[in-house]
Design a binder for this molecule. Structure first.
Ligand code: ATP
Length: 404
């Protein structure tokens, strides 16, 4: 690897999916909504969707580069294209070294083979000799902590064991470039910390790490540079702080845009007018009340229902709540304010967002990020408010729940 040529060079890279075919469908309503918002073009009889569009960038040697962007921005697709899991539709990729990867759990290993056999298989696929693999074998096994199960087929591994071994193989085999997707979040906290340290060492050795994550803290801790993708396009490349700033601002911008019902997905025959949370600061086990005011459309025949998602900061849906469960169907002839109450689960302190859907047979209105709330660290002495309780030493100050 010469330092004058970059580790990765990408020029005019694009990936277009043909959508509407089985297996290519969006998996969630929000996903469908996001696609709709990106105005897929119809070319001929197919609907084509640009998951990546005209990306051009270089990644130098020794960088740990974070790939940041909102859900559906194209982060995983970019890693899949770089690692040749999927072919690009346009453009050019230059990898000036071998690339090891850890993408979705379940890819990369052969389920019927044992841990030991998979280590050799992976090494061979990366073009390594048996001798080279043997040299790293012990450190791979030690790091992964799955020594006891080395001769067990990996299909019997838990997802945590699987990820530990897969990460260990990817990080220890001598590939010059390492591509890791969010998947590490599957492991326990201790393993995540150990993996981050390992990735930092890999970059210090002059190799290059590409890392996809929604976790702002992890990106800050690991990465030395970042690229920010927005709807499949490269919106920023540079330092981590700049990329994270854009990422944070995209949520505010998106929330503002979504207030304008005309920009939201859905048939529009009926729209939510307003969404409120009973209280915007809750205890971890507090009841979450979501009030959805829905307008009227006397021309709409039949009744509708509402549902909502509660999402964590990473955009994962934690709770889905649906008025149909309690027989909540509403007549569109008049305006209604519908109350959805979620009594469980216990939520860890942090910031949550709420998506609201007004539906009949299809989606009439999908309002992503319609409201948000904060779950506070539990105060066992509610008679003393926040700071006062802390200064009196009554509340444990070392809660581990630092959200960004
Ligand atoms: N095989 C496929 N066929 C059709 N569309 C696809 C396929 N794979 C991904 N897409 C679409 O391409 C877009 C980008 O997906 P990708 O998984 O790369 O995004 P991401 O930024 O990694 O999102 P997330 O943060 O949610 O994982 C999404 O809208 C997704 O639905």
């Amino acid at each position: 690897m010469s330092s004058s040529t970059p580790a990765v060079r990408v020029a005019g890279l694009g990936k277009t999916y043909r959508i509407g075919l089985s297996g290519d469908r969006p998996t969630t309503a929000v996903e469908a909504a996001l696609r709709w918002a990106r105005n897929p073009v119809r070319r001929g009889s197919h609907e084509l969707f640009d998951a990546l569009d005209d990306l051009t960038f270089d990644i130098p040697w020794g960088e740990a580069t974070g790939i940041i962007g909102r859900n559906g921005a194209g982060k995983s697709t970019l890693l899949k294209v770089l690692t040749r899991i999927t072919a690009p539709t346009r453009g050019r990729i230059e990898l000036n070294g071998r690339i090891g990867s850890l993408l979705e759990v379940g890819t990369g290993f052969h389920p019927e083979l044992t841990g030991r056999e998979n280590i050799y298989l992976n090494g061979a696929l990366l073009g390594m000799t048996r001798g080279e693999i043997r040299r790293h074998f012990d450190e791979i096994v030690d790091f992964s902590g799955v020594a006891q199960f080395l001769d067990t087929p990996v299909k019997r591994y838990s997802s945590g064991m699987y990820v530990r071994l897969a990460f260990s193989v990817a990080a220890h085999l001598e590939t010059e470039i390492l591509a890791i997707d969010e998947v590490l979040a599957v492991g326990d906290a201790e393993f995540q910390a150990k993996s981050l340290a390992k990735m930092r060492d890999v970059a210090k050795d002059g190799r290059t790490v590409l890392f996809v994550s929604h976790q702002v803290q992890t990106v800050t801790a690991l990465c030395t540079s970042a690229i920010y993708l927005d709807k499949g396009r490269l919106a920023y490349e540079g330092d981590v702080a700049g990329a994270l700033d854009l990422y944070r601002r995209s949520f505010e911008k998106f929330a503002l845009e979504q207030r304008d019902a005309g920009t939201r997905p859905g048939s529009g025959e009926l729209r939510a007018i307003d969404v409120e949370i009973g209280e915007d600061q809750l205890e971890p086990d507090g009841e979450k009340t979501i009030l959805v005011r829905v307008g009227a459309n006397p021309k709409l025949i039949g009744s509708y229902f509402v549902s909502c998602h509660i999402n964590d900061v990473n955009g994962s849906v934690l709770v889905q709540c649906d008025s149909r469960v309690v027989g909540g169907w509403y007549d569109a002839a008049t305006e209604h304010t519908i109350r959805l109450t979620v009594r469980t689960p216990w939520l860890k302190p942090g910031r949550y967002t709420v998506d609201v859907f007004v539906c009949k047979t299809g989606v009439l209105d999908a309002w992503e990020g319609a409201a948000g709330f904060e779950v506070l660290p539990h105060n066992p002495y509610p008679e003393l408010a926040g700071d006062e309780a802390l200064t009196k030493g009554l509340v444990l100050a070392d809660f581990d729940y630092k959200e960004d």
